[in-house]
Design a protein around this ligand. Structure first.
Ligand code: ADP
Ligand code: MG
Length: 271
């Protein structure tokens, strides 16, 4: 049988590469051997190889979406400690992650809270869950996106750039409060919000309440118009929690103190 064994080093391999069928190329020899040995009908062999190719293609697609999403690789909902933010309902967050019909209506998520309260982590977690469900997500610092849109406006392709972002079911704009005043003057962020309104979802994290958003947009009227569109269909997550980092650091200090031996016992040991 070894003389007739399928060889994918030659012309067949070149064709499979050309057709972008890497899984079939990798598995063909082994599958043909198995088919010969077990007397598979030709149809079964063909189906088997195509099924494998499709399954791996799906995995590659998910991997690509995750890589392109800009999400942090280690910030999942499974690693988010909900007990640290009692104001947040785990059920509500789980619903956002599992029942993604809100994306079809272009609803938004707005996460407010002081630095370190877990806003970015939480939205990363939701983002990962949505990618698992086959949705497209982009996580980006808000000021970086504004910069990107400003460049596009300068090159007269702002509408194009905003339309290109339509491929993402959810845009997560991290730290809207860090948009600089000079960036605000070009109003590109407002145009993005207006363009996605009731069509495509946006999630935002903010260290400051709406009342302090005047620096993010050109003027008061535009600030109100932007907030209006964002909140019209939105889930608002108020993370009124103390900084998680600080809590962990404090807990470490307390633990270190508790485990430290009292001074007199050291003396006794030494004696
Ligand atoms: P924020 O975006 O509100 O400033 P982050 O999400 O960046 O805060 O959180 C700061 C750090 O603390 C991150 O490393 C994050 O993973 C961690 N963290 C914050 N809140 C939680 C939480 N509830 N459970 C687990 N880790 C958390
Ligand atoms: Mg953050």
């Amino acid at each position: 049988m070894s003389g007739t064994r399928l060889n994918t080093d030659g012309r067949l391999g070149v064709m499979l590469t050309e057709l972008r069928l890497p899984t079939m190329k990798r598995l063909a020899t082994e599958a043909c051997d198995q088919a010969d040995k077990e007397g598979w009908p030709a149809r079964r062999l063909l189906e088997h190889l195509l099924e494998q190719e499709m399954a791996e293609r799906e995995v590659r697609r998910f991997d690509r979406h995750r890589t392109q999403s800009g999400l942090h690789v280690d910030k999942y909902l499974s690693t988010f400690d909900f007990s640290a933010v009692p104001a947040i309902s785990k059920a509500q967050v789980t619903a956002l992650a599992d029942q993604y019909d809100w994306l079809a209506h272009g609803s938004n998520v707005l996460a407010f809270g002081p630095p370190g309260s877990g806003k970015s982590h939480l939205l990363n977690g939701i983002g990962h869950a949505l990618i698992d469900a086959g949705k497209r997500v982009l996580f980006i610092r808000c000021s970086d996106l504004v910069q990107r849109l400003q460049v596009a406006r300068r090159d007269l392709r702002l509408a194009n750039e905003i339309a290109r972002l339509d491929r993402f079911d959810l845009l997560i704009l991290d730290d809207i409060s860090y948009v600089r005043k000079d960036q605000a003057e070009t109003s590109v962020l407002f145009e993005l919000i207006a363009e996605r309104y009731e069509r495509k979802s946006i999630a935002i994290t903010a260290n400051t309440p709406f009342s302090k958003w005047s620096d993010v947009f050109v003027d008061a009227a535009m600030t109100i118009a932007a907030i209006d569109r964002l909140v019209h269909h939105a889930t608002i997550l108020e993370m009124n929690a103390e900084s998680y980092r600080r809590r962990i650091a404090q807990a470490d200090v307390t633990k270190a103190r508790a485990t430290r031996k009292p001074a007199h016992s050291t003396t006794e040991d030494d004696a």
